[in-house]
Design a protein. Sequence first.
Length: 248
Amino acid sequence: MITAVETTSGSIAENKKLLGLVEQHERHTHCQTKVVVGDHKYGTTENYVACHAKGLVTHLGDAKAKAAKPKGIFPESQFKYQPQADTFLCPASKPLRRRRYIKRQQVWEYAADKGVCAQCALRQQCPRSKTGRTLSRHEQAEVLEQCRAQAYSPAAKRDRGRRQYLLEGSFADAANNHGFKRSRWRRLWRQQIQDYLIAAIQNIRILLSRTVRRPVASAVLTLGKAVWVQLASLAWLFSRPDARWLAW
């Protein structure tokens, strides 16, 4: 069942709306979310930290694992963090010390002492920049480690596999049968109406397939409850001051 719908412009990344969808789901269903499942696009540092703050278990794919890695260069995993000294130890056993804090990314930057990288025997396997190798460590690195451990658990892999055919199948059904890839009207609020209608139709079809053997009155009552969320959302859209009624 579709319990949350979010429509955005193309300039907004879908992973930015994760917590908004969670809050929308809880508001519509009156159920508390316990586990969040998503592909690697949603497994960002920002989402991991935000989900942990809300007490959510993160079964999100790891975006960092999907990032392109240059060949022939030591990966970050080869640099061991030393918590007592708050330094990283490089493959050549040289320390990278804390240098500065980057507020926008909420990370501390670590770098080797001046001239160390230039004289290193393993120089060819590290970046060739004049300043040498630098690493970043998030200020909530322990939280990220915990979230990524959840993301790589067997339960998380099972959930993402289940999501693959449930969610992607729903998207394909919306595109193939309900015009999900084409916008019928201009402006974002009109596109929101189209998306709510598509979701309502999909929910009705799902409920019809499960209530066909029940008495008609029971089936109608179940369907009425199912579409209430979508109808309430549509009513909210039309009640906005900037709303304009459509000519259907």
